[in-house]
Design a protein around this ligand. Structure first.
Ligand SMILES: C[S@@+](CC[C@H](N)C(=O)[O-])C[C@H]1O[C@@H](n2cnc3c(N)ncnc32)[C@H](O)[C@@H]1O
Length: 248
């Protein structure tokens, strides 16, 4: 599949937990500050907040109204599904109808939560975030880095896409605002079979100090086969900031 821009796409909170390996970890992060960047029209922030997590979601399109975001999501979902139907990157026979339903459900949950808690949703874009260093215990980033690299480098973007330099700067920014864990998904190419993304390999080999990272298997199934790992980074030295850390 090839796209000429980043789509405004969001996932069900339960699927996002699988993407980030958080299915069994909700208790651990209760009371922690978590950033979801980009949040898109997804219901992860609503789910985390209901579980007692202090969460902020950011996305450049949060500058728009709920009515505008609803229309944008419906348009981008239709476009993505149309392209996925004829795409050679998904397993033959993968059923896209449950995918469509799940995106529509997550859109409604996102809009309801944003209506009730507008302070949770902030317009901001990588590679520069409006947060102080070490503001969050856990930073999550799904379906932006690696996915929107140029097609020639294993991403979805026609043209130049988000190149390796952009990825390096964006990852450094996600690490800057985080005092403990950064998790990214996917860390694989948009191909059949999926392979570890070359940018993810390059970034992992050259992480800013004092971060260490590894590829982690994830249970989220969006129709790929092959290597569908995510990337997980941990700060090795505690960063002393006033805000409380996660319950462990
Ligand atoms: C495919 S969606 C992913 C949303 C969600 N994280 C998920 O996994 O479903 C990509 C999102 O990235 C947002 N986006 C585009 N450029 C961005 C940037 N420079 N910084 C942060 N978010 C960006 C888009 O508005 C869109 O909501």
């Amino acid at each position: 599949m090839q796209l000429d821009g980043v789509v405004f796409y969001g996932r069900h909170g339960e699927h996002a937990l699988q993407m980030f390996g958080l299915e069994q970890e909700l208790q651990r992060w209760q009371g922690a500050r978590v950033l979801d960047c980009p949040g898109g029209p997804g219901s992860l922030a609503a789910l985390l907040a209901a579980a007692g997590v202090e969460v902020i979601a950011c996305d450049p399109l949060y500058a728009l109204s709920n009515a505008e975001l609803r229309q944008r999501t419906l348009d981008d979902l239709a476009l993505s599904l149309r392209k996925s139907e004829t795409s050679s990157m998904l397993r033959p026979g993968f059923d896209l109808e449950p995918v469509r339903r799940s995106h529509l459900e997550s859109l409604e949950a996102f809009l309801a939560d944003r209506e009730a808690h507008p302070e949770r949703y902030l317009a901001a874009s990588l590679p520069e975030l409006p947060f102080a260093s070490g503001s969050f215990d856990l930073v999550l980033s799904g379906h932006l880095l690696f996915s929107y690299a140029p097609v020639a480098d294993g991403g979805l973007m026609t043209g130049s896409g988000l190149d390796l330099l952009w990825h390096r700067t964006a990852l450094a920014e996600l690490c800057r605002v985080c005092r403990s864990d950064v998790r990214l998904y996917p860390a694989h190419t948009q191909t059949l079979p999926a392979l570890r993304h070359p940018y993810a390999e390059a970034l992992l080999a050259d992480l800013p100090s004092p971060w260490q990272g590894s590829f982690m298997p994830r249970s989220y199934d969006q129709g790929f086969s092959g290597c569908t790992d995510g990337l997980q980074l941990t700060r090795q030295l505690a960063l002393s900031v006033a805000a409380p850390g996660p319950a462990r």
